[in-house]
Design a protein around this ligand. Structure first.
Ligand code: UDP
Length: 464
């Protein structure tokens, strides 16, 4: 049956890159499945002259997320039913009329076009839902409202409003929060996975299982297209859309440790919008990085014991041997030219073809952004998680650890040593890759768009 085009209003805000990425992934699917559909992105707090503190949301996010203790405090103070209710009521009384008026402007007058609202942001549920219902009764036409939760392992209680038409979730822990905190009834919940860009579905289908010959051949083809050496290992390092976290130190340690461990590798660093980091990496003297790193081997050795020896006995034993080897050599004096590994660093700006880079990589090193973790899992890529936003992203670390497709470590030197071990252990990489695929859901965006289409059809037949 021919589907009607939709006019979709995504309610989102650029607090991090993930919400927009999910909205765009969904928009692409709607346009594919419902030809002629159009969409807009509306940030209810900054696209109207909202009151303080709501119009500061993007700046607040930027400054708080860069200071984990501040973020932890804000997240935990606000993540309870009493605070959420007060904040909802306050934002309603201060801003509802402006938000309703702006949302009304998006209302289509084209006959046959169906308007729907989709929230992909935790703060865009209570007031916009009220506004949508108000506009619906004013114009005498239903405007369905859906929430697509773009968090993975944990979610703020602002996400969950039981009055939406349907809610799309990515994991069991999130479902439990939706039910216990938001009282969202079972029939409104759809376990869909996190919507990621269509490129990931295309790449996931093309690579299949990356541990097979077909998978390896596709990976080699993509590497050639990206101009990345096919005979070396490849590590993708990133820190969300803004390129945050200790990326600089991590890259230094990776470079030095991979070289001294004799691992041939290409390190692609996605700096996102962090232009300063990209410029720094482009001019860095890598031989100095190696010399400095060698001097710190001895102190690292004692730290390694306390940090990871007990956690990963089998891998740590290898790390210990590697350290002994390196310490013995450094005692004798190293000639940089003799260091065995051949490592390249490729600094990248904001990358648009992330799916290809993730397919080309053997390992991802990243903060625990929900979008990034979901994307890696979708293409079977093992992940080393290096940091997380307290509260909001903590659950994403559990998704990786419980899913068995990676590890968490925040110390750059230890990260580098553990990765050197992974990259020399193809069997371990294969096991992690298969486990990642079990967690990944490359077609989530398509499934959500199809389910929304089905829901609209059902609602239509009910009204007839
Ligand atoms: N991203 C991208 N290009 C870049 C850096 C990041 O496309 O150069 C995308 C990444 O693929 C992911 C999103 O930005 O889809 C980051 O979302 P995530 O939820 O991981 O973290 P956030 O930035 O929202 O904290």
């Amino acid at each position: 049956q021919q589907q009607r085009p939709l006019k979709i209003l995504f309610l989102s805000s650029d607090t991090g890159g993930g919400h927009r990425a999910s909205a765009e992934a969904l928009a692409a699917q709607f346009q594919r499945l419902f030809p002629g559909s159009t969409y807009d992105l509306f940030d209810v707090w900054t696209d109207v002259e909202s009151s303080w503190p709501y119009y500061t949301i993007k700046d607040t996010y930027k400054s708080f997320s860069a200071t984990p203790w501040k973020w932890r405090a804000l997240y935990h103070v606000s993540n309870n039913a009493v605070y959420a209710k007060l904040a909802d009521l306050h934002s309603y009384y201060m801003n509802e009329d402006l938000i309703t008026a702006k949302m009304e402007e998006y209302n289509p007058d084209v006959i046959g076009e169906k308007m729907i609202d989709i929230s992909v942001h935790p703060t865009m549920n209570y007031v916009p839902l009220h506004s949508a219902r108000k506009i619906s009764s004013k114009i005498g036409r239903d405007i369905p409202f859906f929430t697509v939760v773009t968090d993975f392992g944990s979610g703020h209680c602002h996400w969950f409003n039981k009055d939406v038409d349907k809610m799309y979730l990515a994991s069991e822990p999130i479902k439990q929060i939706a039910q216990s905190r938001g009282y969202v009834p079972d029939e409104k919940i759809v376990m869909s996975g996190l919507p990621i860009r269509y490129d990931f579905a295309v790449q996931a289908d093309a690579i299949g299982d990356r541990t097979t010959d077909q998978g390896k051949a596709h990976q080699a083809k993509v590497r050639e297209q990206l101009n990345i050496d096919t005979n070396k290992r490849m590590i993708l390092v990133m820190g969300g859309g803004e390129g945050v976290g200790s990326l600089s130190d991590i890259v230094n340690e990776l470079y030095a440790k991979l070289r001294t461990q004799g691992v041939d590798a290409t390190i692609c660093v996605v700096c996102g919008r962090n232009d300063k980091l990209k410029a720094d990496l482009e001019t860095r003297c890598w031989d100095t990085v190696v010399s400095q790193s060698l001097q710190s081997y001895e102190t690292l050795k004692s730290r390694i014991f306390t940090q990871i020896l007990s956690r990963h006995a089998h891998r740590s034993r290898r790390i210990q041997l590697a350290l002994d080897r390196a310490a013995a050599k450094s005692a004798k004096g190293y000639d940089i030219a003799d260091i065995p590994g051949n490592v390249d660093v490729i600094p990248l700006g904001f990358v648009k073809n992330m799916a290809e880079y993730m397919v080309a990589a053997d390992v991802l090193v990243s903060k625990a952004g929900p979008g990034t973790i979901a994307e890696a899992a979708a293409v079977g890529l093992p992940v080393m998680v290096t940091s997380y936003l307290p509260g909001q992203e903590a659950g994403n670390v559990d998704i990786v650890l419980n899913g068995g497709f990676g590890d968490f470590c925040s110390d750059p030197e230890t990260i580098a040593l553990e990765l050197a071990c992974w990259l020399q252990d193809p069997q371990l990489l294969d096991v992690m890759s298969k486990k990642a695929m079990k967690v990944g859901n490359p077609h989530a965006a398509e499934h959500i768009a199809m389910d929304i289409g089905k829901t609209l059809q059902e609602q239509l037949s009910r009204y007839r």
